[in-house]
Design a binder for this molecule. Structure first.
Ligand SMILES: Cc1ncc(COP(=O)(O)O)c(C=O)c1O
Length: 409
């Protein structure tokens, strides 16, 4: 609707749409022809490749770490559920939208992750948002500076104050816990594997400090469930600390190759969330296709550890190749790694250079990353061959030589 001029005798208010301008870090790459966001993928032929702009390129920015999104067992399970149960549930879990499939997936997930119970919701973001019911105004949260936006939003929704500690800085976490109000319920929030840097949280340090102060540990395993640990149960299993994690969230959009998420923890906590978490209570439930896909993926995650070995070996090749090219990358051994770029525009030029070379990476700008950082995020999956990883490395080397935009090299 066109905004009419306010009548002259009335006191005019500000147009709320006046703020709707893109910041310069998005405008500048658009002007320079290297805008990296919302690029439409036309086809997914598999084998670590996608088609964009009519060209087959290497996908080097996907979180489909185990390459399950196109696995015929997963897609067939989704198709069968779609045919049998329809395209959507048209209701919330609490009212008419709970399927027997949801309950089966919850039971299997809880057993897999080593928790008493689990609640399936519609995205990983929503899984974290449901925690807002647990993050009340009389609690205090201690959170790593690099935690995901969805956990920060959950704290905002729950009105719980959040004290941030420097990334993996256990000294600072110890001091913050020391100063905590003993009347407040304390929870430490972390990711198992950090989404942007691909490094692991210091879970052993966190668990030790939390136990000392009687704080609860909340772990977002979005990127590590399915990937890390001998059984693929995530970062907690990797560290041998599964029983020490009080509440764990997972997403199905990464290792599970579909969409959806879950919160797992003690039965009474999960039941409490089922009945009080507004982001789930007032939103439609996960469709049959995604639920069945996640269930099929979970079966494969359990049965095929070789997928984890394949992606970890591609990760090792990528990481050692980047180090050989002179990049300073954080340790971690995971399939995700980020390269620091000078600024947003330099980063987008680097991204466009990679695409020209046939490699599709991710650009991470604030608010996805803290401060002024601009990062190229690369990730590999179980579908990538050694030769493909070498092509990614070759493209990075050639663009870095041509543009010289990368820092820490
Ligand atoms: C650490 C972390 N938590 C939660 C989410 C949200 O998951 P989803 O995209 O499945 O909603 C993401 C997604 O990128 C993530 O990286």
């Amino acid at each position: 609707m066109l905004r009419t001029e306010p009548e002259s005798e009335c006191r005019a208010v500000t147009d709320p749409f006046s703020k709707c301008r893109l910041p310069e870090e998005f405008e500048a790459p658009a002007r320079a022809g290297c805008y990296p966001f919302y690029l439409p993928v036309e086809e997914r032929p598999g084998g670590g490749e996608v088609v964009v702009g009519g060209r087959r390129v290497l996908m080097a920015g996907s979180n489909d770490y185990l390459a399950l999104s196109g696995d015929p067992r997963v897609t067939e399970a989704a198709a069968e559920a779609l045919r049998r149960l329809g395209a959507g549930n048209s209701g919330s879990r609490a009212l008419n939208g709970t399927l027997e499939l949801h309950r089966t997936l919850e039971a299997e997930l809880a057993a897999f992750l080593g928790h008493e119970a689990a609640m399936v919701v519609s995205t990983g973001y929503q899984a974290n948002l449901t925690l807002s019911a647990l993050f009340g105004p009389r609690d205090v949260l201690f959170a790593d500076r690099h935690i995901h936006a969805s956990l920060i939003d959950a704290a905002r929704l729950g009105q719980a104050p959040m004290r941030r500690y420097r990334h993996n800085d256990m000294g600072q976490l110890a001091r913050l816990l020391e100063e905590a109000d003993p009347e407040a319920g304390a929870m430490v929030l972390t990711e198992g594997m950090f989404s942007v840097g691909g490094d692991l949280s210091d879970l052993p340090g966190i668990v030790k400090l939390a136990a000392r102060h009687g704080a609860r540990v909340v772990l977002d395993s979005a990127h590590d469930a399915g990937l890390l640990g001998p059984g693929g149960r995530g970062a907690a299993e990797h560290h041998g600390l599964q029983p020490a994690v009080d509440v764990q969230t997972v997403t199905f959009s990464k290792c599970f190759g579909t969409l959806g998420g879950a919160v797992a923890g003690p039965r009474h906590v999960v039941e409490y969330l089922r009945h009080s978490a507004r982001p789930a209570l007032f939103s439609a439930s996960l469709p049959p296709s995604c639920t069945a896909a996640a269930l099929a993926a979970l079966g494969i995650i359990r049965a095929e550890p070789e997928r984890r070995r394949a992606v970890m070996s591609a990760a090792e090749r990528l990481r050692s190749g980047l180090v050989a090219l002179g990049f300073a990358i954080p340790p971690g051994g995971t399939p995700t790694v980020s390269l620091r770029m000078g600024n947003a525009l330099a980063c987008c030029r680097f991204w466009a250079g990679l695409l020209e070379e046939g490699v599709l990476a991710n650009v991470m700008l604030p608010p996805s990353v803290p401060g002024e950082s601009a990062l190229i995020r690369l990730s590999v999956t179980a579908a990538h061959t050694g030769g493909q990883v070498d092509r990614i490395l070759g493209a990075v080397a050639s663009v870095a030589d041509r543009l010289g935009a990368a820092e820490g090299r």
